[in-house]
Design a protein. Structure first.
Length: 221
């Protein structure tokens, strides 16, 4: 009988960027984390899709502007065909159109290339756990965009949301992961997940990025 080990389960990650000068050092640096296994480095979206089809993958760290098949369309295809694979965008572009297109395609995280290694690692871990991470610049732009053009549909939340569900939505809108929400509200992570499932169902929220948008539009974040 083999002895149990305390080694962390490794996350299978693909690094996608059309510039080898970015892609290769980034893959090497991420590979230094004991819980991250960079299984492929891709130069475009077709290489990402091929790598995902060939072996299990947990997270794709995705550049947006790539030849052949760009990051937005690749994210959309992954969301449709491989929903178990989380996408974290890492790009130099933080304009409204890029942010909204990436989140709308299904990205769970959005970072700019100003992010440090630890920020990227945290975003990868969060995405693999079903959580979303937006860096501060992206959150600020998303906030400004939604507040600049709110619609009645966006601002309305179902009247049957409980006070606790509103609290949870508020904290999601501020970018907190489930563990931090649990600590702040003095409840278990399992209870947080139950509240999230309930409020997503009541408010017809698709995913975490959509919850962030709805919280901001409703003036909760």
């Amino acid at each position: 009988m083999s002895e149990p080990t305390d080694e962390p389960q490794q996350l299978k990650v693909i690094v996608a960027d059309d510039q080898a000068a970015v892609r290769e050092p980034l893959a090497a640096v991420l590979g230094m984390s004991e819980d991250i296994d960079v299984v492929a480095a891709a130069a475009d979206g077709t290489e990402v899709l091929a790598a995902v089809a060939a072996a299990p993958v947990d997270v794709v760290l995705m550049d947006l502007r790539m030849p052949v098949l760009d990051g937005i369309e690749t994210t959309r295809r992954l969301s449709e065909g491989h929903p178990e694979v989380a996408v974290v965008v890492l790009t130099t572009f933080a304009d409204d159109d890029s942010i909204l297109a990436a989140l709308g395609a299904g990205a769970r995280g959005y970072l700019t290339k100003n992010a440090g290694r630890q920020d990227i690692v945290r975003a990868i871990r969060a995405a693999a756990a079903g959580q979303s991470v937006l860096d501060r610049e992206v959150q600020d732009r998303l906030l400004a965009t939604v507040r600049a053009r709110p619609s009645a549909t966006d601002r309305a939340l179902p009247p049957d949301l409980t006070p606790r569900e509103r609290e949870v939505l508020t904290l999601i809108g501020r970018g907190l992961p489930n563990r931090a929400i649990a600590e702040k509200l003095f409840i278990s992570e399992a209870t947080v997940k139950t509240h999230i499932n309930n409020l997503f169902a009541k408010a017809a929220i698709r995913d975490r990025p959509d919850a962030v948008r709805r919280a901001i539009a409703a003036g909760l974040a």
